[in-house]
Design a protein around this ligand. Structure first.
Ligand code: HEM
Length: 395
């Protein structure tokens, strides 16, 4: 086995695709070692079965950064933990997640559909008014989830621009650690104030509900952490899916037409979630004991595992054409929302937003197309959530 220092292959892409090096690693070593200059031994897991084995084994793997082996150089990483579900282990994770899940059932979410449709229609009007010619990231992909999440949580709309900036710097932490830590702190300060306000005057929103129904069983910092997870988790992810999905649908006439016709929108959305895998890696998992993965690689207690969701979702488990978009593939469940106990709590909400927004966009603008060459698009580099900076379109 070769150690390959400084590899960032898990964040690198070639347009919409993971770089070929990721496929090579998946084929040759489904769990491969990465050695960075500092920090504990890291494993990159890029195969489907091994990814599920790690994500599904919360007895052996912790999500809590406190379990980073003691290393002064990495102490700053422990501060990255803002609380919330993604960085929490049972029993706290179980208690907090139980409070949240009733709000995210299909039955509850259906009530949001008319408002999401309104938000989308309003955005389409804004695009039409701006054009012909507009940036879909700015006018469509970013504001839709931003509005949906802000309204769900009770975050005032005028603050949304600040949140967008904060969540971008948060995910770009490989580029600028300090910027990332400041972004985490600024967001938590803001949400802390919102929580305090909801404690005294609980509104008709998610935070208000949590205060009313579970106020005695949840601390202010836990409430802030939950709000942070939802805001950050539900914002950038969905925005990237909206932009990159629209890009695929504009440049692939057959799939664009499928979405316009409407019968297979759900299938197209699910396949785009798999194919695009905008959340490129899962939260780091810290091995609490020695574990043997299905591929035969042993992970030792104290080691850290990065699960490459974009790698796992292109595994041949999805068929020989796993590297292409095929909405009628009869596939096993993808891991674009993760797997196991930490699987995305907002998966259905994210799906609903995409299922409403893509057809509405393509029906309103029958002749929607890229206004620049594909090669001129600037994609994010080294970001946990993959995305495109701007999406200039015309019609
Ligand atoms: C298409 C959009 C979305 C994608 C691709 C996505 C992806 C993911 C993934 C991969 C995870 C699991 C990470 C892991 O196990 O390490 C996750 C967790 C999470 N997501 Fe999402 N997400 C999306 C939308 C949302 C929305 C709309 C919300 C909020 C309403 C949300 C809130 C969360 C939260 C709170 C967690 C942590 C759950 C836990 O640890 O128990 N996400 N998401």
């Amino acid at each position: 086995m070769s150690d390959e220092p400084f590899t960032l292959v898990q964040f690198q892409r070639d347009g919409l695709d993971p770089v070929p090096e990721l496929a090579r690693r998946r084929a040759e070593q489904p769990a491969s070692r990465i050695q960075y200059p500092i920090g504990p031994p890291l494993w990159l897991v890029a195969g489907y079965a091994d990814s599920k084995a790690v994500l599904g084994d919360s007895d052996s793997f912790s999500n809590d950064f406190k379990n980073l082996t003691s290393d002064d150089d990495l102490d700053f990483l422990k501060q990255l933990n803002p609380g919330g579900l993604g960085f929490t282990d049972p029993p706290d994770h179980t208690r907090l997640r139980r409070m949240l899940t009733p709000e995210f059932t299909m039955r509850r979410l259906r009530r949001l559909i008319p408002r999401i449709e309104e938000i989308v229609a309003d955005r389409l009007n804004a695009i039409e008014a701006a054009g012909p010619g507009a940036d879909l990231v700015d006018l469509f992909a970013v504001p839709i989830p931003s509005l949906v999440i802000s309204e769900l949580l009770g975050v005032p709309y005028p603050d949304r621009a600040a949140f967008q900036r904060l969540s971008e710097s948060r995910f770009d932490f490989l580029g600028d650690i300090e910027g990332c830590l400041n972004a985490v702190q600024e967001t938590l300060d803001y949400l802390g104030a919102l929580v305090a306000q909801q404690r005294t005057d609980p509104g008709d929103n998610l935070l208000g509900m949590l205060v009313r129904e579970h106020g005695d069983n949840i601390s202010d910092s836990e409430l802030t952490g939950l709000a942070d997870g939802i805001l950050i988790g539900g914002h950038e992810t969905t925005a990237s899916m909206l932009a990159l999905g629209a890009l695929h649908l504009m440049t692939n006439e057959e799939h664009g037409d499928l979405v316009r016709q409407g019968d297979t929108v759900n299938e197209v959305v699910d396949e785009l979630l798999r194919y695009l895998s905008v959340v490129q890696v899962a939260f780091p998992r810290f091995a609490m004991k020695d574990v043997m993965l299905p591929c035969g690689q042993k992970i030792a207690a104290g080691e850290v595992v990065l699960v490459s969701l974009s790698g796992a979702n292109r595994d041949s488990a999805f068929g020989e054409d796993a590297e292409t978009v095929n909405p009628i593939r009869n596939m096993p469940p993808h891991v674009a929302f993760g797997y196991g106990m930490h699987r995305c709590v907002g998966a259905e909400l994210g799906r609903i937003e995409l299922q409403i927004a893509y057809p509405a966009l393509l029906r309103r603008f029958e002749k929607l197309r890229l206004a620049v060459d594909f090669d001129e698009l600037k994609f994010r580099e080294l970001s946990i959530v993959y995305g495109v900076e701007k999406l200039p379109v015309t019609w």
